[in-house]
Design a protein around this ligand. Sequence first.
Ligand SMILES: [Zn+2]
Ligand SMILES: [Zn+2]
Length: 352
Amino acid sequence: MKVGVFYGKGDIRIEERPVPEPGPGQMLVKIAYVGICGTDIEFFKDGGVPPFMKVPLVLGHENCGVVAKLGEGVTKFKVGDRVLCGPPSHCPEDCPSCKEGKTNICIHAFPRTAGLGQYDGGYAEYLLIHDVEHTTIVPVPDNVDFKDAVLFDVICVSLHGIRNSQFKFGDDVVVSGTGPIGLSAIQILKAAGANRIIALGTNSAKEPLIKSYGADYFINSKECKDLAGEIKKILGKEVGADVVYECAGNMNSLSNLVYDCVKPGGQVNVIGTIQQPMTELIPGRFSIFEPNMQFSFTYTEDEVRIYLQMSAAGKLHFPGMVTGVVSLDECVEKVFASDRKGQLKVLIDPSL
Ligand SMILES: [Zn+2]
Ligand SMILES: [Zn+2]
């Protein structure tokens, strides 16, 4: 079978490998689509990877497809089931976080994510699930397209970040960042009953899409001279928004939210992964207003089920999020090594 292997900075090779054979407790899934994640692109551009990541590695942690072969003892699924396959669901060690149901902050599980840690991922025709019992594998309802199901990774990051925040029905919110995570946060906040949703971004061409997802206002944060003033003007208040969300993954965005967008005593949520030092923030300048800062990371299997159920019921729908489907052979040229202009989420269909 064909696989996409990451070797280091600027180096992804398409190779031929034997189809893996599932052992006891394992399962083989024929990949329908695998999402190209922003982190995969970061690995390619920057070369930096988490310390627990085995390189070379077949990338791909946003997988969905059809169960192709069961290893001994696997009874939860049958051949032909439509499933999505995500990160570990909990650890066999039963750590304190997993005991509390906070499996997303399990101290053991994350490095075991296929395509990110020690196991090969889904940039392949077939994905071997190493430990079915401890992996997020959720049946995809018949009326949910694989192209929607495979968005679970970005959408559940936002879903979890919002569930983990102090947001309440009727709150005014600011979402900074209008990539897949920011866009999904906007739609989830709209569904959750936000009062006014202000989106901050740097690309005004995206304004119609951002508004179609549920933002009431869009501010180009690069062009706006007085962000704090603009927010207060929109809200008609002397203070900023109740809850704000960092979804752009950079310090500029976080600084804007902390200094200019959140009300005294409000909450700043960091959902995006920021790989920059926080040296730009001077706590003395904003701690006088006692903002609360909350960090969120990934999601739980329950949250994946919530997404699929709400998607099946038509309550969450992300048209326009998938901007392309490419083959393994095309993925480097069309995505990793391209300028990615106009791209949001690009999927690989390994059968192409
Ligand atoms: Zn991802
Ligand atoms: Zn655990």
